[in-house]
Design a protein around this ligand. Structure first.
Ligand code: MF3
Ligand code: CO
Ligand code: CO
Length: 269
């Protein structure tokens, strides 16, 4: 037996086996392909409940399981967060309007492995200031992934994201973070999207986690609505988010949730 199986670091972060990457790729690819398929259905007049219904069907069709249905009482296969909703938007009957921007977040379980990814969409025509927000948020995620390699720390990832976002005069949400995942949905560590270089745990080959920065055009503060899920910007400014699930390799990161269609970003792939 591989002596590394089941090993936890001193920070309580699980180190997975090289063979486990295949399971994460299968789960990640399904989640990403569902996000690819939903794109053509995002249009003005469509309700977010109708989008969630399609996602629910596609997860079932694939013989997979939704990780979010039944999770802490959540009832849907996706979170759909429109405009100033930061994350955990609940699908509902309200219909999309021209120029709305939205994050759709899907987590599936395939053979026990979790694939968690989200990306931005637009209903109709993308407003100019939303376009900039979406690009900065996407690029911030990619800067975080570039910093994800053995020997770097989680603080290096957070600092890369924060520095980039703030240099574009936008703000990073502090109230929600990425997370370890694998055979569980949420595990150590908390992956902060802000921080100082060289701080927090050191990355090692075999760690699996998400990076999922939420970026606001205005201030970073959020509040959770009375439904106990929906998080919104306190100042009502627009918010965007992208999320990948990744695994640390010998010299970098393996992205499990790459878009099979190459449409992770709504305008530039
Ligand atoms: N997919 C979300 C994440 O990125 C978690 C959603 S939990 C839910 O961690 F219950 F709100 F769906
Ligand atoms: Co996540
Ligand atoms: Co997610």
């Amino acid at each position: 037996m591989d002596e590394r199986k089941g090993r936890l670091t001193k920070d309580g972060i699980r180190i997975y086996d090289p063979a486990d990457f295949a399971g994460m790729h299968a789960a990640g690819a399904l989640a990403a392909s569902i996000l690819d398929r939903i794109a053509e259905h995002v249009e003005p007049g469509q309700s977010t409940a109708a989008l969630d219904k399609l996602i629910t069907e596609w997860v079932e069709e694939a013989g997979a399981t939704s990780a979010t249905i039944g999770y802490k009482g959540y009832k849907h296969a996706s979170c759909i967060s429109v405009n100033h909703v930061v994350c955990h938007g609940i699908p509902g009957d309200k219909t999309l309007k021209d120029g709305d921007i939205l994050n759709i977040d899907v987590t599936v379980i395939v053979d026990g492995w979790f694939g968690d990814t989200s990306r931005m969409y637009v209903a109709g025509k993308l407003p100019r200031k939303a376009e900039r927000l979406i690009q900065v948020t996407h690029d911030a995620l990619m800067k975080g992934i570039e910093a994800a390699k053995p020997g770097n720390t989680f603080g290096d990832i957070g600092a890369a994201i924060q520095t980039y976002v703030e240099s574009n005069r936008m703000s990073v949400v502090r109230d929600f973070c990425g997370h370890g995942l694998g055979r569980v949905f949420h595990a150590p560590p908390n992956v902060l999207h802000y921080g100082r270089p060289g701080t927090a745990a050191t990355l090692e080959e075999g760690m699996f986690f998400t990076i999922e920065p939420m970026v606001n055009l205005g201030r970073p503060e959020t509040k959770v609505l009375a439904d106990d899920w929906t998080a919104v910007t306190r100042d009502k400014s627009l918010s965007a988010q992208f999320e990948h699930s990744i695994g640390i390799t010998a010299d970098g990161a393996d992205i499990f949730t790459l878009s099979p269609a190459g449409t992770f970003h709504p305008t530039y792939g």
